[in-house]
Design a protein. Structure first.
Lengths: 559, 498
């Protein structure tokens, strides 16, 4: 890797951060242009270069006129930046054929760039206020992306997303307002971290938990991710949900609280990893299945978030096995899940003649997510085990993890089964605009990234815990064997039972329609309206005036 | 005479002169108004520049000093509100001028719009610089008369609302005048900075404070005295709604804040502050709930004004609890950001309602071709009203939250959070309706309307109106970006005791 001069490194970082913001006005000028996709792709390119060439510790301090915020690239940030930059770039490249209608609209492009800019700002921020602002912008952009299709489901999902994200934003607002003083200065992570106490930690937990889609506050995730246009689903599910984990890593110190919180997170995370799979198996839509798989995988990240706050002295930066494991998960899941969403979208728009080829290639990220030997999944799994061992929690969890690994294998098999033939997808007849090389190139690049990037970045982490051994790859076969055994068992038990198992209808979590307000709320609103009408009567005006005057007089004479 | 002095004289006298010119030569009214609107904007910028550069100053009109003459105080807060008036006035002028370009509406252009509009503008400008309680009364009456006239312009339905507004606001003025008379009887002075030192906290002072406060609460439509506002603001023309909701109501709050932190500072005990704060809390929650329940877009925006002004009322309990400086800047930034974004909402709503030929929220879905810019302005304004980070609404709420945290007044912080939830809920209802691909009762609509919905491209007239709205919404965002420079400017307030 060639070493860049220091000025160039800082410039590269600045361009990577500023590029999306510079592109937004450019798009506003050329609103009728159909060729937005290359521009969108271009917006993420400097970040790819920064992730590849800027060394750790590259620091960009904005002047005071721009808030005096500090952005920097460190090892943790790079683990988030690399997959983010790659996925934003490749998803935009594929967007022209996956979501042609959206790419032509300036609103979608604007939201895309807003989300992109917010995401990079969150990743590179070294300052609580910059992190907070970036998170909020990214969340708003996510809202627009979820609602972009304008269908009933999209609107309903957007409503749930908005409601839950608003709670997260408000929790975050109160936490940030408590941590940062009256001015807008002095919000560096190191200063802020020391001021965190119990209530603030709880608020941060709520905010980051919702963003991450942790079990219990995950309701928005399986609703919102499937309804967005395919490229947007990829960035939502692959990248944006990771911001919760990043916030947790940046703000919360190890040993910030007692064991209780850590164990709660550990158990919730483990439960989520199974629950997500169980719900994923009961859906027939590939994108919904993938969203539930994200719930399951974020469960593993929740476990790591729990380990992170366990007391104990470990290394700093990525030398810490827990931080290292989170970094591996971010890279591995970000790339694999984005590839799965993009691949699933690609299948819907591929002509029948080439369909089987694309379908087979979809197997690659599926295998990676299922942690087949040789894929980044093995890296993630062994990192998780090492993190558990380093925190002294390995005892009961490691064997149980095989259960969740097996469940993921089954889920990925189900995904491939669902997508094997085109009849289950509504848009399969519409194959317009799909041309060979334009699609093949970014798709192959995406697959290559899934295969190579995690190993390149974290496979030989000299500072951190030693990564995988051949033994780990062999162990990774166990869930496949178990899954195969389970599958043959169900086969043996008869196709009828199998069908019932896979297709049984659990009560669905659907967003309520506007009209379906519960009766007490309707009654309350009736009273409110009636009260308002009363306030508009002249008699009542006189009365309220007298009451207000009395209240004021009482307050004044009290003081 | 300095440039700042000249700018203030222009700000107060030019609108009145232009109003007379527009009345006498109706055919030239549009040209005259647009030119004076641009000049007023420039003058407000010059005044703001002068305050930011040399600090606040006092201008004695005609060289006559108080107590005989009339004093003007030109400080940071006054200039910020002058600038707000200029921004809303300019955007409203452009919006109305653009609306009448369209042949179908040119015929309905109300005859007296421009004179009344400029008259209102002049009254507001005079109000913001006045430092004299009686002079303020006079300017308040200017504003009242012009506002009532403007509301009544938009037809039969609006006349009832205008009538209610007239009665309510006249009653408020009389109460205010009664309070002023008491003060004059007690200390024989009306000058605000002078009174800030001189007004004793005895029974007369308390009675006067109560009367002045109730009068201004009526004019500011603070809960539960907001009964006149929703119909008046919802039925007026879009630019009129914009200036009424964005600036006229804010003017009442501005006076309330100056009075309580100036002459009545001694009376602002925790109990009094809490009483005013509770009114604000009522406004935030009640106004928010009602905004959530409205079926019509403009009524929803009008109720949102009631709710948002409640946030400003938090100034009093927080100042009484000791965090005066933070609460003051916070409340003033909320006031400015609200003025800009609310005006943007009304201007955008004007275009949106015209495009869909219906003001009902659930009829706003479907084809939005041609009015994308209006929705963009609305969404941006909504972001500021909710208080998303880089916007002015965020900065204002941030400082109010800081004031609450610093003074340990956590219930007010909880109110801030609850009010924000309500704000997001009712604004999301509108945006959600816009996202829907069609209103549920599309099938029952006449075919002609359905045909119209299928993509009437934006006319230059629409574009002018939408750009006016967008400019204001961007202004609300800019207030947030300018926060670090804004804080010292807003803290420059003559006659305010910290």
């Amino acid at each position: 890797m060639p070493a860049l001069p220091a000025d160039m490194q800082v410039l590269l970082l600045a361009v990577a951060l500023a590029m999306p913001w510079l592109m937004i006005p450019a798009l506003a000028i050329r609103t009728r242009d159909a060729g937005h996709a290359p521009a969108l792709c271009l917006a993420a390119l400097p970040a790819v270069m920064a992730a590849a060439w800027a060394p750790d510790g590259t620091l960009l301090a904005l002047p005071d006129a721009l808030g005096g915020w500090v952005f920097a690239l460190d090892a943790t940030g790079r683990a988030f930046l690399a997959p983010a930059a790659i996925v934003w770039a490749l998803a935009a490249w594929l967007a022209a054929s996956l979501a042609p209608r959206q790419v032509r609209s300036p609103a979608f492009s604007g939201l895309w760039l807003l989300g992109l800019g917010g995401n990079f700002a969150v990743i590179l921020a070294q300052d609580l206020l910059a992190l907070y602002a970036g998170l909020a912008l990214m969340t708003v952009a996510g809202l627009g992306l979820v609602a972009a299709e304008r269908t009933m489901q999209a609107v309903a999902a957007a409503r749930v997303y908005m409601g839950m994200m608003l709670v997260a934003e408000l929790a975050m607002f109160v936490a940030v307002a408590t941590l940062v003083g009256g001015g807008f200065s002095d919000a560096g992570f190191d200063t802020v971290r020391e001021r965190i106490d119990g209530p603030v930690l709880a608020l941060l937990g709520i905010a980051f938990g919702i963003k991450l889609g942790a079990l219990g506050v995950h309701a928005w995730l399986p609703l919102a991710h499937p309804v967005a246009p395919v490229p947007a689903s990829a960035v939502l599910s692959g990248l944006m949900i990771k911001s919760g984990a990043l916030g947790w890593l940046r703000l919360v110190e190890p040993a910030a609280t007692g064991d209780v919180v850590a164990h709660v997170l550990l158990w919730t995370g483990f439960a989520a990893s199974l629950y997500g799979v169980a719900r994923g198996l009961h859906t027939k839509r590939a994108k919904t299945l993938l969203a539930w798989s994200s719930v399951s995988q974020m469960g593993l990240v929740t476990m790591l978030a729990g380990l992170w706050i366990l007391p104990g002295t470990r290394g700093s930066g990525l030398a810490d096995p827990v931080a290292f494991a989170i970094a591996v998960f971010v890279v591995h899941h970000g790339l694999a899940k984005a590839a799965l969403f993009l691949g699933a979208g690609l299948l819907e728009r591929t002509a029948a003649s080439r369909r089987s080829l694309v379908w087979a290639s979809l197997g690659l990220p599926a295998l990676a997510l299922a942690a087949a030997p040789g894929t980044s999944g093995v890296l993630a799994k062994s990192a998780l085990e090492q993190a558990l061992a380093a925190s002294g929690q390995a005892g009961w969890i490691v064997p149980v993890l095989y259960l969740s690994g097996t469940a993921t294998v089954v889920l990925m098999a189900r995904l491939l089964w669902l997508t094997r033939s085109p009849h289950d997808t509504a848009a399969s007849s519409d194959t317009s605009g799909v041309r060979g090389p334009a699609l093949a190139l970014p798709w192959v690049a995406m697959l290559a990234a899934v295969l190579v990037v995690p190993w390149l970045m974290l496979g030989s982490n000299t500072a951190g815990p030693t990564a995988t051994a051949p033994r780990d790859h062999a162990k990774a076969l166990v869930p496949f064997v178990l899954a195969g055994f389970a599958a043959s068992l169900t086969w043996w038990a008869g196709r009828r039972v199998q069908r019932r198992l896979l297709n049984a209808r659990l009560p669905r979590v659907q967003a309520r329609a506007v009209t379906g307000l519960p009766a007490p709320v309707r009654r309350l609103s009736l009273h409110v309206v009636r009260g308002e009408r009363w306030l508009h009567l002249w008699e009542s005006v006189g009365l309220t005036l007298i009451v207000v005057a009395a209240v004021l007089a009482a307050a004044l004479s009290l003081g | 005479m300095t440039a700042g002095d000249a700018a203030v004289i222009v700000l107060v006298s030019l609108p009145h002169a232009a109003a007379i010119a527009g009345f006498v030569w109706p055919s030239r009214a549009v040209t005259v108004s647009l030119i004076s609107a641009a000049t007023l904007m420039a003058a407000a910028l010059v005044a703001m520049h002068a305050v930011a550069g040399h600090g606040a100053w006092r201008h004695d009109v005609g060289g006559w000093e108080a107590p005989l003459g009339i004093g003007w105080t030109i400080d940071g807060v006054a200039c910020a509100l002058l600038l707000l008036t200029a921004a809303v006035g300019l955007a409203g002028s452009i919006h109305h001028a653009a609306a009448r370009v369209r042949p179908s509406t040119a015929a309905h252009d109300p005859r007296y719009f421009w004179p009344l509009w400029l008259f209102l503008w002049g009254g507001l400008n005079a109000l913001f610089v006045s430092a004299d309680l009686f002079n303020i009364f006079v300017t308040l009456e200017f504003v009242t008369v012009a506002s009532v006239g403007l509301i009544a312009l938009s037809g039969r339905l609006a006349q009832a609302a205008a009538w209610r507004y007239l009665l309510a606001t006249l009653f408020g003025s009389s109460l205010y005048l009664l309070g002023v008379a008491l003060i004059y009887g007690r200390v024989a002075a009306l000058d605000l900075p002078f009174l800030a030192q001189a007004l004793p906290a005895d029974l007369v002072g308390m009675t006067a404070a109560s009367l002045v406060t109730i009068g201004l609460l009526l004019k500011g439509a603070v809960f539960p005295l907001h009964f006149w506002l929703p119909s008046a603001h919802a039925r007026a023309l879009p630019p009129v709604s914009a200036i009424l909701s964005g600036v006229v109501v804010a003017a009442a709050f501005y006076l309330l804040a100056r009075a309580w932190l100036g002459p009545f500072r001694e009376l602002l005990t925790p109990a009094a502050g809490t009483a005013l704060g509770l009114l604000g809390a009522g406004a935030v929650l009640w106004g928010g709930l009602l905004a959530l329940l409205q079926r019509h877009l403009k009524r929803m925006i009008a109720y949102s004004t009631v709710s948002q002004l409640g946030f400003c009322m938090l100034l009093f309990p927080l100042a009484a609890a000791g965090a005066t400086q933070l609460a003051w800047t916070g409340a003033m930034v909320v006031l400015l950001a609200h003025g800009l974004s609310k005006a943007a909402c009304f201007l955008a709503a004007g275009v949106i309602v015209r495009h869909h030929r219906s003001g009902r929220v659930d009829a706003l879905g479907g084809c939005q071709q041609g009015i994308g810019l209006a929705w963009f302005a609305f969404a941006l304004a909504a972001a500021s009203l909710v208080g998303l980070p880089p916007t002015g609404g965020f900065v204002g709420k941030w400082w109010l939250a800081q004031a609450a945290i610093n003074s340990g007044a956590y219930p007010w912080l909880a109110l801030l959070v609850a009010g924000t939830l309500l704000t997001a809920a009712y604004l999301w209802r509108v945006l959600e309706a816009a996202i829907r691909t069609g209103p549920p009762d599309e099938a029952r609509r006449p075919a002609a309307i359905a045909a119209h919905r299928e993509g009437a491209p934006a006319t230059p007239s629409d574009r002018g109106m939408m750009i006016a709205a967008l400019g204001l919404a961007l202004g609300a965002v800019a207030v947030g970006a300018a926060a670090p420079t804004l804080a010292p400017v807003l803290s420059s307030a003559i006659g305010v005791t910290w």
